[in-house]
Design a protein around this ligand. Sequence first.
Ligand code: COA
Length: 162
Amino acid sequence: MITDHNIALARSTDASAISAMSRDYIERGLGWDWTPTRVLRSIRDRSTNVAVMRDGGPLLGFGIMKYGDDTAHLHLLAVHRSMRRKGVGTALLLWLEQTARAAAIERVRLEARASNDLARAFYRSRGYHETERLSGYYRGAEDAVRLEKLLWTDTGTGLVPE
Ligand SMILES: CC(C)(COP(=O)(O)OP(=O)(O)OC[C@H]1O[C@@H](n2cnc3c(N)ncnc32)[C@H](O)[C@@H]1OP(=O)(O)O)[C@@H](O)C(=O)NCCC(=O)NCCS
């Protein structure tokens, strides 16, 4: 069963596995920016959460979110190929969003490859909307779409979580 009890902050020993998933699932064909060293920097960064889901074996998935004053930026999110469409991506995203809400952050932003229809469908289904297309965002070779989700709704009498 997919439960957020299996989600925790990554350890430094997870950096290589996270980096390999980014290379294979997200950065494929673009080069490899999220090297183990960069992932390790994020794990150690006090304004970034690197969340992982595990179940005793290899990582089931991970997400990296950096928290600013008003906006949190989702850098990466990926689920092991054999574990997709079982709610792992949703559970990781909700965990990271909840942390942002607890810090009174207003919105989450992210960029996805324009060609990544699967990711775009996933984020739309999770309440994100596309705000702009960024030409040549990935090394001049591929466009990105920017997506955003507001974490709060103003009811007139106060803010409630989205
Ligand atoms: C995008 C990704 C993280 C989604 O993770 P996941 O665990 O499979 O997603 P979930 O099971 O939580 O899916 C939630 C909803 O998203 C949508 N969705 C997920 N995969 C989809 C697909 N292949 N096609 C269409 N919609 C999809 C559906 O609405 C789904 O709900 P449903 O299964 O009840 O229909 C995963 O597919 C992945 O790792 N992809 C490769 C890496 C990547 O592209 N990351 C995003 C860019 S940073």
